[in-house]
Write a protein of this length. Structure first.
Length: 93
């Protein structure tokens, strides 16, 4: 049986498990302000990734409307930060 470094084994385990999405979602909350700016981050109540879909919740109607139009750009920015293919759809609520 071949040897594997601990870090490589952990990465393989994370990639095959559901933990990957939880870790990516946690990473997203850490960089959300950097990706979208302070104002958007301040008025975003909740972010989560489920089945390669990013859900963004905000109580502010005009912001929700603006984020709807920015979905392709948001998806591109998030995938640049978290890795290509992390999300395939953005839902604004």
């Amino acid at each position: 049986m071949g040897e594997m470094h601990f870090g490589d084994a952990m990465q393989a385990f994370i990639n095959k498990s559901r933990l990957k999405y939880g870790i990516q979602a946690h990473s997203l909350t850490d960089v959300w302000e950097q990706i979208m700016g302070k104002t958007v981050a301040r008025y975003t109540q909740r972010l989560f990734i489920k089945n390669k879909t990013l859900f963004i919740e905000t109580p502010i109607g005009p912001l929700r409307h603006e984020l709807m139009y920015q979905r392709p750009q948001i998806m591109k920015r998030v995938n640049e930060h978290l890795g290509e293919g992390t999300i395939e759809e953005v839902v604004v609520q």
